[in-house]
Design a binder for this molecule. Structure first.
Ligand code: AMP
Length: 651
């Protein structure tokens, strides 16, 4: 995959050509009294959803009332649900409208507002007829502002404009893909729903270029058995939102998903989302309905993820066919095509019309071009008919304005000729997975956050190690909190000395250990943080003054999946000896020996289960590196290391 980084500010002709200027728009309505602008489909959706919720309440089927926080969050987004009972027919009608809400055109949304008496929920005022609103931010380029431009609404056009170069890098062959991560801008009509709908967001887009006649994917067999929850367009058109669980292999075989490449990417999107921690029960793939599809797409599926705002599109996956390359090529006159040498040349025979240049021009003068265009546009069957008539002596062709021209064999001959084609030229099709990173991150946080049953105040962010910002927490442990600062220094220093194999000062003055430690750790390959860093595993030491429980709890809330604990038992100190040592170190008055490490153990804690294991320092570090890299899971770690019951044996 080739990575590109293209311009954000883009000259207007690019988006005029791509169709965004004319068609990248949403439908909006205005409150007829206040002038407030609302997105037409959101208005219809919110009002009908509120009425259905009110009906449920009136029938005694209401769900739990929203919590105070939820209420605040949804205040601006949602119409209020009044407990009014609807007829059964109305319920079915509203549900059917909601199932295909994305498919309505502007005038249809206007008609729905009228038919169902939909007004601005905040004011109760009537709304205007829907009007189109272009979502691009317009600007001008250059000191005199004579060149109009737009902030890009997607990164995709940058890939298409660089197609020739990308193709060259790929030795002129398809399939190949380019990728880009960057900011995109959309002048959203109502950027509500928290961080889900914003006007500036980061996209990650892949443009995968394929042969239009062969949309197989060489690694499709690897994902064939991946099962997805699919909501196809026929189901939505029938007024239902029920998903069908199907393997992607079956979906492609049955034609539900148009081709293998599109299917391959849907499966990979599914795998990616699960890997980063999205709850599979709240993930579905919804096919776009005909009206909803972007102007460039021939088929499109959205990975939608359920969250506190409903189902939200987080990744789009479209088959853009040859649309973009064709329009840019037509506009610039620069061919954006693949030329493929054929293994076997294709030999064809065709009837070809040849005009006698001398006599033809003399006979028809300025009409010559009209006749040549007429004959040139005839298909094989009509040419054969003309050939037969010429053999009889003459034929006649008629121009679009009704004039007839008589042709004879001295002016025109039609003969069969043999053609040999050794190069095939075609415009590749594009399959495009398009990820909105902000949305994915937002729903991931919602899916990952939970509270411990025994204490709801203790939140846990169950981020998988692959996305957790800090992978490993290093916690120097103390049994008595009043000794925390000194214990931390001494433990670190002892450990650093032990691991560095270097002479540590026998006297450990309070406050001097940190600098000693940093010197040691530079030289100590197996010091936990250094070793983890070398393995590419980001760790963080929490040597704050709080209790071990609090340190675990706050790092659980930050999503750190593993904790390494350096205990007293990693030294040969008895508690009273340690107390003695600490007193000595803290006073900085007497010289005291730091005893050698004897049992060299460390504990490993897992965030979600709070289970702990114990092992030698090297063993534990190797295990945690494997856990973070995903080559073993927690069950595997439990098979490898004994459980820690809170007591460490000191040899
Ligand atoms: P689209 O080109 O409309 O299919 O958008 C591609 C992806 O960009 C979507 O799946 C979203 O994740 C993301 N996206 C689109 N519009 C917005 C927005 N206004 N705010 C945040 N993310 C967005």
């Amino acid at each position: 995959m080739l990575e590109v980084d293209t311009t954000v500010m883009t000259p207007a002709p690019v988006f005029e050509t791509s169709g965004h200027v004319a068609r990248f728009a949403d439908w909006m309505v205005k409150d007829l009294k206040t002038g407030e602008v609302l997105r037409a489909d959101h208005l219809v959706g919110n009002v009908l959803e509120a009425r259905l919720a009110g009906d449920k309440e009136a029938r005694g089927l209401a769900a739990q009332p929203a919590k105070e926080d939820d209420k605040k969050k949804k205040k601006k987004d949602k119409a209020k649900a009044a407990p009014v009972k609807l007829s059964d027919e109305q319920v079915v009608e509203y549900e059917t409208i909601l199932a295909q809400l994305d498919n309505y055109s502007g005038p249809e949304l206007g008609a729905l507002c009228k038919k169902h008496n939909i007004t601005n929920p905040d004011t109760g005022n009537e709304v205007s007829e829907p009007q189109q609103f272009n979502l691009m931010f317009a600007s001008s380029i250059g000191p005199t502002g004579q060149h109009p431009g737009f902030l890009r609404p997607e990164t995709a056009q940058g890939h298409f404009l660089n197609f020739s170069r990308l193709l060259e890098f790929n030795n002129g062959r398809v399939p190949f893909a380019s990728a880009q991560i960057g900011r995109s801008f959309r002048n959203e009509i109502s950027p509500r729903a928290g961080l889900l709908r914003v006007r500036e967001f980061t996209m990650a887009e892949i443009e995968h270029f394929v042969d239009p006649e062969d949309k197989r994917h060489e690694r499709f067999a690897d994902v064939r058995a991946v099962a997805l929850d699919l909501l196809d367009r026929d189901t939505q058109a029938a007024g239902s939102t029920r998903v069908t669980r199907m393997t992607i292999g079956d979906a492609v075989d049955k034609g539900v998903v148009a081709n293998e490449t599109l299917g391959y990417f849907l499966a990979r999107i599914h795998q990616f989302l699960l890997k980063i921690g999205i709850d599979p029960a709240r993930l579905r793939f919804r096919q776009h309905m005909a009206n909803e599809m972007a102007h460039y797409a021939t088929d499109c599926w959205d990975a939608e993820i359920q969250n506190s705002y409903g189902w939200t599109e987080c990744v789009g996956c479209a088959d853009r066919a040859a649309y973009d390359l064709s329009v840019h090529s037509a506009k610039t006159g620069h061919p954006l095509v693949v030329r493929q040498a054929l293994k076997e040349p294709i030999v064809t025979e065709k009837l070809v019309a040849e005009f006698n240049k001398r006599t033809f021009g003399q006979t028809f003068g300025k009409d010559s071009a009209v006749i040549q265009t007429l004959v040139g546009g005839l298909d094989e069957a009509l040419l054969a008919k003309l050939q037969g008539e010429l053999a009889q002596g003459s034929t006649t062709v008629t121009s679009s304005d009704g004039r007839e021209f008589k042709l004879t064999p001295d002016l025109l001959t039609i003969e069969k000729k043999t053609f040999k084609q050794s190069i095939r030229e075609f415009t590749p099709n594009v399959i495009e997975p398009s990820f909105g990173l902000g949305r994915i991150l937002y729903v991931l946080l919602e899916h990952s956050f939970w509270s411990r049953e025994q204490d709801v105040e203790r939140g846990v962010l169950s981020l998988p190690a692959v996305v957790a910002p800090t992978k490993v927490l290093i916690v120097p442990l103390s049994a008595k909190t009043e000794f925390d600062p000194l214990v931390r220094e001494v433990c670190k220093c002892i450990l650093a000395r032990y691991l560095a194999g270097s002479p540590a000062p026998s006297f450990v003055p309070h406050g001097a250990c940190s600098s000693y430690l940093s010197q040691c750790s530079l030289r100590a390959p197996s010091f936990p943080a250094t070793k983890l860093r070398k393995a590419g595993v980001f760790s963080r030491v929490d040597d704050s003054n709080t209790s071990i429980g609090k340190r675990y709890a706050r790092n659980d809330e930050l999503g750190t999946p593993y904790g390494l604990t350096l205990d007293f038992a990693c030294t040969s100190l008895s508690y009273s000896r340690l107390r003695h040592l600490l007193a000595a170190a803290s006073s900085c008055l007497r010289r005291s020996h730091v005893p050698a490490v004897q049992n060299r153990t460390m504990t490993l804690r897992e965030r979600d289960t709070t289970g702990q294991l114990i092992g030698s320092i090297d063993e534990v570090i190797d295990t945690v590196i494997e856990l973070v890299n995903g080559s073993i899971d927690w069950a595997g770690a439990c098979r490898r290391l004994p459980a820690y019951d809170g007591v460490q044996a000191v040899e």
